[in-house]
Structures are given as C-alpha cells and as structure tokens.
Design a binder for this molecule. Structure first.
Ligand SMILES: [Zn+2]
Length: 245
C-alpha cells in the first residue's frame, strides 16, 4: 500500500547542525540552530526508500564541468542553483547543464547579501535578472526552484515571501558536505561531512557548491556518490521530493 505522506507545514525543521550555505556569512558562523527546509517535503510514495537529491550552488563555473562529468558517469540528475552573473559568463556551461537533463534553479543574479537582502523589491529585481539570464540561454525553460543565498534561515517574512510571490518554491537543504564553511577540508573530509550531516535521514537534500574555488568538491563527488550508493540511497531529482507551491 502506498503511503503518501505530506508534511503539511510549510517548513520542515531539522535537528542537525548545519551552517550557512554560501559565502558571505562568517566562516565561523557555525550554528547549532535547527535549519529549515522551505518547500513542502515530502510527497513520496514509499517513505522507506532512501533518496538523496544533490544540489549545487553558486555556479556555473569551470568546476561545474567536472561535476557534470561525474554526474554523467554515474547517471545522476542533480539540481544547479545558478548565480545569474556566472551564468552570463559561462553560458556554454549552463547550456550543458540543460542538455544533460539537470534541473536549474535560481540563486539570484548577484549573490550580494547587502544588495539582495536590502528590501523585498531589491530581492525580486535580482531574482528577475537571474531569470532573464537563464531565459536567454533556454527560453522554454521555466525554473520552479529558488534557493536563498545563505539559506532562508533568519530572513524576514517579507523576504521569504518574495520567491513564493514569483511562483518559485524555495528549497534549503538538510545535509551538507560543508564545502563553504570548512574551506581547508579535503575530499575525504567533505565526504565524511556529507555522511555525518545526513545522519539517519532517508530523504536527503545535500548542499554542495560548484563555485570556481570548489574544485575539492568535484574531487569529493565520486566518493560521496559511492558512499550513498553503498548505503542503498537512490539519487533522484528535487522535483520528486519537494512539493511545488
Ligand atoms: Zn550561494
């Protein structure tokens, strides 16, 4: 019998320790606060099945190509939350992301915290600018996912409403390889963090980065993938675990 479980709350509070997602917040900003996944998890038919969604923030950059090579090798579809200004610079890499069947989400145009979080209108403008860049590469694509730079944690209600008002579902994460916080971590450590932060969860949304300075993440990716495969996780797209607004 199918068990459809809909977590009705708009937020899904997690009990693990994860810090901010992307650059911009202090590196020592390690919080024990619960993180929040926005977006309604989980509309899944088999709650026992172990699944992991790989999400990459801050690309596209040349590192993205290495990530794409690994994903292709393993036959995995991931989600790329792209920064508009990077997509403008690396249009061909964004084209490859589309061509290889991955999901593209919005991660603002500038990723400049002071600018985007100055007001709801400023955030909306920045998101629209990113959308324009994506549309310039693939006019038929309609992004449905958005990720707040730094995650949604601690933002005002007014800011949190912005993506919703634009028809976007914002999604945080519930596990992280911690590549943005522990900058000196080697591939082995990133893999250990991914496993540790995933803990005993059966529905994992993993935060990784494909920024230009994250080549170690690309190095770690095969190890992370194998580690989850060995524990019988299947890799699925975000669309399958996040209920769209
Ligand atoms: Zn980011």
């Amino acid at each position: 019998m199918k068990n459809k479980i809909f977590v009705s709350a708009m937020v899904f509070v997690l009990s693990l320790t994860i810090v901010c997602g992307c650059g911009g917040k202090a590196e020592n900003d390690v919080k024990s606060d619960a993180k929040i996944i926005r977006g309604r998890m989980l509309a899944v038919e088999n709650t026992e099945e172990k699944t992991v969604c790989l999400t990459f923030d801050d690309g596209p950059t040349p590192v993205t190509e290495r990530v794409l090579d690994v994903l292709k090798e393993y036959g995995i579809k991931a989600t790329f939350f792209v920064i508009g200004k990077n997509a403008e610079r690396y249009k061909d890499i964004l084209r490859r992301i589309f061509a290889e069947g991955h999901t593209v989400g919005i991660h603002t145009y500038s990723h400049e915290y002071k600018k985007i979080y100055a007001s709801p209108a400023a955030l909306a403008d920045d998101i629209k600018r990113c959308l324009c860049v994506i549309k310039a590469v693939n006019s038929e694509y309609e992004p449905i996912f958005y990720r707040f730079p730094g995650g949604s944690f601690g933002l005002s209600e007014e800011l949190l409403k912005v993506p919703d008002s634009m028809g976007l579902t914002s999604v945080d994460w519930n596990a992280s390889c911690r590549d943005s916080e522990v900058r000196s971590a080697d591939a082995l450590s990133l893999c250990a963090f991914a496993r540790e932060t995933a803990g005993k969860k059966t529905k994992v949304i993993m935060l990784l980065h494909d920024a230009a300075d994250k080549s170690t993440t690309a190095d770690a990716l095969p190890r992370i993938v194998n580690d989850f495969k060995e524990r019988e996780f299947s890799f699925i797209s975000l669309e399958k675990v996040v209920k769209i607004s």
